[in-house]
Unconditional design. Structure first.
Length: 384
């Protein structure tokens, strides 16, 4: 029996989900070097980037990455670590207190870089007192007075380092620390660091021209939508997060699987490897009977019978977009799914689940990985 055609499988997944959820657009990036002699790479855009007026989707259409942004923040952290310039168990306070002229609580001073990157810092997902904490970070601005006050008065909601609780606020804190690890003129500027050291167009970088937090004039952004019953309504705003295209996410997958040609400089590749390394296994805070979560830096790791999967998803309620990325490094396969409809999980799911689409595609194309992929689940998300 011939192997399924990836383009046909991906298109079928689009039609199935578009019919079920009225998602306006989807862009799937797929890389498969399970047969090294005949690697496959596809970017498959479908649907409408904008509903009114009608604007179609292509491989350069820019979608919001939501919490997939954490993978890029983790890579930025791992770069100086790969150069042996820092240890992951250093306190985050060492990179923030002097720069922003405050003294954190004794609890804040205990938090390490690694704990922030593995969601074990004791910080909540969000705290209303900090406002939109991520906005300043992704617009290359100093932290708000409200965020600095949060660090100054920080009290952990869970024991530090003992359990995991998904924390976007923790990753914003980590992002600010990371921007202090790089020298002038990029110091303190998330976007400038990302382009200068990672996504820029120099041959030894990742060459991702449509990836960044601020939409450029020559980019074509997808408009986000929220599904309300059987209708799809425009979302209320733009999330403070990174944006990227199907073309760029294919590049990102290839870099993650060490398949980018020409290869990026060795420090980037070591940093990528460090994000994928196992950095601990933790029970979920407040749910000691739940399965423990294996953590990379930014990545969630799933293992079964000696095989490994790396996964991350993202959702932006404000921006009305959702995404997921899944890697099967043992067979050198990866998929990214970008959509311009927010997915709301829980007991009343609404919209297309990019994670489910990724699982569906990979299970059909690589049925031997289906038991591993069956463990692929949604992780809670917030904007940015």
């Amino acid at each position: 029996m011939p192997n399924p055609d990836p383009a046909t499988v991906i298109e079928a997944a689009w039609h199935k989900n578009q019919l079920a959820t009225t998602v306006p657009a989807m862009c799937v990036s797929y890389f498969d070097a399970s047969n090294p002699a005949a690697p496959i790479e596809l970017v498959s855009p479908f649907g409408l980037a904008v509903v009114k007026p009608l604007i179609g989707t292509n491989d350069q259409t820019v979608f919001e990455l939501g919490s997939e942004t954490k993978l890029f923040t983790s890579m930025m952290l791992a770069f100086p670590f790969a150069l042996n310039y820092l240890g992951l168990n250093e306190p985050v306070a060492d990179y923030l207190q002097a720069q922003y002229n405050f003294t954190g609580t004794s609890a804040f001073q205990q938090i390490t870089l690694l704990q922030l990157a593995t969601h074990t810092s004791g910080m909540p997902d969000e705290d209303k007192s900090t406002g939109k904490a991520s906005y300043n970070l992704f617009h290359d601005l100093d932290p708000s007075a409200a965020l600095i006050n949060y660090w100054t008065t920080f009290a952990p909601v869970n024991p530090i380092g003992e359990c995991w609780l998904y924390s976007s606020l923790g990753f914003v804190t980590l992002g600010y620390a990371v921007t202090q690890m790089y020298g002038e003129p990029e110091k303190g500027k998330y976007n400038a660091i990302l382009e200068r050291y990672f996504t820029g167009m120099k041959p030894d970088l990742l060459r991702m021209p449509h990836t960044g937090a601020i939409v450029q004039d020559d980019w074509m952004p997808a408009k986000g939508y929220v599904r309300d019953k059987d209708q799809t309504e425009p979302a209320s705003g733009i999330a403070a997060d990174l944006k990227s295209s199907g073309h760029d996410m294919l590049t990102f997958i290839k870099a993650q699987l060490n398949q980018l040609d020409p290869a990026p400089n060795p420090v980037i590749q070591r940093a990528i490897s460090a994000t994928q390394d196992y950095h601990g296994e933790f029970p979920k805070c407040g749910k000691p009977k739940a399965p423990e979560m294996k953590m990379g830096l930014g990545w969630q790791i799933v293992e079964l019978d000696g095989r490994r999967m790396l996964t991350k998803n993202g959702a932006c309620g404000l921006g009305g977009q959702s995404c997921a990325i899944c890697l099967l490094p043992d067979i050198t396969v990866g998929v990214s799914v970008l959509t311009n409809q927010v997915y709301c999980g829980g007991s009343r799911p609404s919209g297309t689940s990019p994670t489910a689409v990724a699982r569906e595609i990979l299970s059909e194309l690589h049925p031997s990985s289906a038991p591993l992929l069956d463990r692929l689940t949604e992780q809670p998300e917030a904007d940015g």
